[in-house]
Design a protein. Structure first.
Length: 108
């Protein structure tokens, strides 16, 4: 069965060897994703409270920028989503619950 895609009509961009708007926004989105992931790791390992708060604010701002880039790409049809089947979601949720139940302290 063919999956329906969720997307807007794609905005056209020139097909040249130079980076176009879509390439630039895609690169920026990947960079923001990398930065938010790196900030997450840093926050998980940070012990200095004031530095933690400063980096947490930067991470939050970076995540907001990432979302704005995603929204812009989706509106222009440059970011496509494929809906997941309900059965697959339920199977994943059930597997997660089983895995979680096996963790130490899972009764809490």
């Amino acid at each position: 069965m063919q999956q329906q895609k969720i997307q807007n009509n794609e905005s056209t961009v020139p097909k040249t060897t130079a980076m176009n708007d879509k390439d630039l926004v895609t690169d920026a989105l990947f960079t923001e994703k990398y930065l938010t992931s790196s900030y997450d790791t840093a926050l998980n390992e940070m012990s200095h409270a004031a530095l933690f708060q400063a980096i947490q604010q930067i991470q939050s701002d970076t995540q907001a920028c990432q979302r704005q880039l995603y929204d812009a790409m989706f509106q222009k049809g440059w970011y496509t989503l494929t809906p997941e089947q309900t059965q697959s979601i339920q199977a994943s949720a059930q597997q997660f619950s089983q895995d979680k139940a096996q963790l130490p302290g899972a009764a809490f």
